[in-house]
Design a protein around this ligand. Structure first.
Ligand SMILES: [Zn+2]
Length: 79
């Protein structure tokens, strides 16, 4: 089923909704159509458009490799 997760750009409310065809979802909280589709859970950080600050990507250093569960391994390269 085409269920997508969205984050409202107006009130930052996260929700998932069923999108059929050309239906335009709106925020169930503030009814704003200004939404960002999320790829994963609501914790996913999307690039905010029109941010005043320089868009420096802050990556929290995760101790785990992306390819495996080991905290340190030579076969996995981070970034
Ligand atoms: Zn909203």
């Amino acid at each position: 089923m085409p269920i997508y997760e969205y984050k409202c750009n107006n009130c930052n409310h996260c929700f998932e909704t069923l999108v059929l065809g050309s239906d335009k979802p709106v925020c169930p909280s503030c009814k704003s159509p200004d939404l960002s589709r999320l790829i994963s859970k609501c914790g996913f950080v999307t690039r905010s458009t029109g941010s005043s600050d320089d868009s420096s990507v802050s990556v929290s250093s995760s101790s785990a490799c992306s390819g495996c569960t080991a905290t340190n391994c030579s076969s996995c390269t981070s970034g």
